[in-house]
Design a binder for this molecule. Structure first.
Ligand SMILES: NC(=O)c1ccc[n+]([C@@H]2O[C@H](COP(=O)([O-])OP(=O)(O)OC[C@H]3O[C@@H](n4cnc5c(N)ncnc54)[C@H](OP(=O)(O)O)[C@@H]3O)[C@@H](O)[C@H]2O)c1
Length: 231
């Protein structure tokens, strides 16, 4: 990518999202760090900027807040690269027969509808400008090839649905220079998975790869590392 592109990352105050923000900043993109709280967004942007040099913008963006997302989109303007990373895992150790459906609703509200809402706010601009990259941070346990995890039913179903959204948006934008892919970051050591083997920085390399694909890169795929893998 020749020009300085603008990348927005959701849930970028910590974990994989934070590491993706650092990696894209390192690669020379103009990075907008977003977080549920304005204070967390500003703090993360300041820390990245102080640690690595250069300007990093922080903006409040709660993906479940329709008005907040609309306001953020108005404030922020054009975004070339959207990394839809914000996610919750609220149902570990439950079971599809007994998981409270309000927990399923709260999970879908962030992992599916939140990602969809943010895409609706920023992808039409990419389509009209004829260039964009969208990355949905998905999960291995949201794939039929690896197998849904019955012990996290809401989370797994939310990621299957996110994968479906990925293929639909990819098809919708295929003629408009916008590449839309999902990434399975693998088991990554964050607050969500405190004992996982991968570091957030390692997972961020895979997400950053998908966020900076060349114009002839894949769209509508699930990427693991740099390669498309079965859904
Ligand atoms: N860690 C893994 O092994 C793993 C594996 C596969 C996929 N993933 C996916 O990777 C993504 C990042 O997860 P992580 O491991 O980095 O977990 P994490 O450390 O728990 O980070 C989750 C991030 O999402 C944000 N978030 C939650 N609800 C939000 C909302 N309504 N609006 C905006 N941001 C919100 C959190 O913000 P707050 O700080 O405000 O809560 C936090 O920044 C998720 O989509 C997750 O499903 C993770």
């Amino acid at each position: 990518m020749g020009d300085k592109r603008t990348a927005l990352i959701t849930g970028a105050n910590r974990g994989i999202g934070r590491a993706v923000a650092e990696e894209l900043h390192r690669r020379g993109l103009r990075v907008i760090v977003t977080a549920r709280s304005a204070r967390d967004a500003a703090a993360a942007a300041r820390e990245i900027s102080e640690g690595m040099g250069g300007e990093v913008v922080g903006e409040a963006l709660d993906v479940t807040d329709a008005g907040g997302v609309r306001d953020a989109a108005r404030r922020i303007g054009a975004v070339d690269v959207l990394v839809s990373n914000a996610g919750v895992l609220l149902d570990a150790g439950t079971d599809p027969l007994t998981v409270p459906l309000d927990v399923v609703e709260r999970t879908l509200a962030v992992n599916l509808l939140g990602a969809w809402r943010v895409a609706q706010a920023f992808v039409p601009g990419m389509v009209s400008r004829g260039w964009g990259r969208v990355v949905f941070v998905s999960s291995g346990i949201g794939t039929f090839s690896i197998g849904l995890a019955a012990g996290t039913p809401a989370y797994s179903v939310s990621k299957v649905a996110l994968n479906g959204l990925t293929t639909m948006l990819a098809a919708r934008t295929a003629a408009d220079g916008v590449l839309v892919n999902a990434v399975n970051p693998g088991q990554t050591r964050t607050r969500m998975m405190p004992t996982a083997p991968r570091t957030a920085a390692e997972a961020a390399l895979d997400v950053a790869h998908a966020a900076t694909l060349p114009d002839d890169g894949p769209t509508g795929t699930l990427l693991r590392g740099t390669r498309p893998v079965p859904w």
